[in-house]
Design a protein around this ligand. Structure first.
Ligand SMILES: [Zn+2]
Length: 423
């Protein structure tokens, strides 16, 4: 989740392609790379599993190389012959959250991950680089894909899909895809109503509603063998299509899916840029990881807030603006380092954040008193810590349970993400 890229040497050796190069290097088809992210608190490595291909290329064609790294794993694709950088995208992952746990001090674990890239016309080099919280880079993997010689499997269409909000073609919109989990065939009506309800929570919230022509929402109608969601601490174990479970990485309300390959396998029945698992469970839970996936449970008094908050993490890489958490997050934002997330700052490089959006009369830092409510400022406390990290707004949707209250900085980051997916 850190942005400053220390790959200067890397860029000197390679050339970055221009937006008009999509047709030069790619065909209109998706290549999915499946791999295991393996390690512990010390070790970080990637082991390739397999390639899948099919469908159309649904992502951006005009922003093939990411300008600002928001995720902590950077995927880069180079033309093998010329070494031109022809595609890059970053994401964050559950594995890196696992690495911060006590368990990771003792146990090595493997987490499934996948990335979609446009299908190359000729041989490409695929590189994975990991960045720590101080933005230090570590190369994890480098390998080749040659469409003529590398073995790959084909996408297989298995499920019906349903349109929940269509703002335009998938080429000009961000495509959000709901994947229901824990809905059996007996829950057909419930699934239909829940999907409609959650899509409307998104579309009635700013800035989604103002950008309704830039957003598509669909769902895959995939039913689970059993109704409900696995909750190990309660002794509840369910057979569900995605095996979403509470107590992920030993945090009771952390409701996540470890079967990431299967998740993409089910998802590729529809165009998608962002995946949201809708879990059929009354227990509050959820999570959202930048450009990875988000989860929400279907029954909660604040479901409207939860879904747009988690989508903030997923789509725009937004930080939590609160500073109390059941998760131990010491040193999450190291001193002297500017975070990559657009909505928090340590003031180390505030110029790269919302400084140009501030009124000149607003003091920096800004007093956290209610007379500054609804004033864009620089308020101390955010990103899980009370001191040294600053947020832009007193009461944003990324800070507290407030639906439809994204601050101007978070709204702008979401809009930037919508536009990123425009052709
Ligand atoms: Zn905000």
């Amino acid at each position: 989740m850190k942005r400053i890229v220390f790959l200067i040497g890397f860029f000197l050796l390679s050339v970055v392609c221009n937006c008009q190069d999509f047709n030069k290097y790619f065909i209109d088809k998706t290549l999915r790379v499946n791999y295991l992210h393996i390690g512990n608190s010390d070790l970080d490595s990637i082991s390739l599993a397999d390639f899948y291909a099919g469908g159309r290329w649904n992502g951006t064609r005009s922003h093939l190389v990411e300008k600002n790294r928001l995720g902590d794993v950077l995927v880069e694709v180079f033309d093998s012959l010329s070494n031109v950088l022809i595609f890059s995208r970053s994401y964050s992952c559950l594995f890196n959250e696992y690495r911060t746990t006590e368990r990771a001090l003792l146990e090595t674990a493997a987490f499934e991950e996948s990335v979609n890239i446009p299908f190359p016309k000729s041989s490409v080099k695929i590189a994975f680089t990991s960045f720590d919280r101080k933005h230090k880079a570590q190369k994890l993997y480098e390998g080749y894909f040659n469409p003529e010689t590398t073995v790959y499997k084909q996408f297989v269409k298995e499920y019906k899909t349903v349109d929940l909000h269509i703002g335009g073609s998938s080429d000009t919109c961000i495509d959000i895809l709901f994947l229901p989990d824990g809905y059996s065939l007996d829950d057909k009506k419930l699934m239909k109503n829940d999907l409609k309800r959650f899509a409307s929570y998104i579309m009635k919230c700013s800035p989604y509603k103002e950008y309704k022509n830039r957003v598509n929402i669909r769902a895959v109608k995939a039913y689970s063998p059993q109704s409900g969601i696995t909750d190990p601490n309660q002794g509840v174990f369910k057979q569900t299509i995605l095996n979403t479970s509470y107590n992920t990485i030993d945090v009771d309300r952390y409701l996540m899916c470890l079967n990431v390959w299967k998740m993409h396998d089910i998802a590729d029945d529809a165009p998608y840029d962002m995946l949201v698992i809708l879990a059929n469970s009354p227990k509050y839970g959820g999570g959202g990881i930048y450009n990875f996936y988000a989860t929400v449970n279907n029954h909660h008094t604040n479901s409207d807030y939860v879904v747009v908050h988690e989508l903030g993490h997923l789509i725009a890489g937004l930080a939590d603006e609160y500073y109390t958490s059941e998760v131990s997050v010491t040193d999450y934002y190291p001193e002297g380092v500017e975070p990559v997330e657009p909505n928090v700052t340590t003031l180390v490089d505030f110029d790269s954040k919302w400084k140009n959006m501030l009124d000149v009369k607003t003091p920096v830092p800004t007093p956290t008193t209610e007379n500054y409510a609804n004033v864009l400022g620089v308020y101390e406390g955010g990103g899980y810590v009370a001191e040294g990290v600053y947020r832009p707004w007193l009461h944003c949707t990324m800070k507290e349970i407030r639906y439809d209250a994204f601050c101007p900085v978070c709204s702008k980051a979401l809009i930037d993400a919508f536009l990123y997916f425009s052709k």
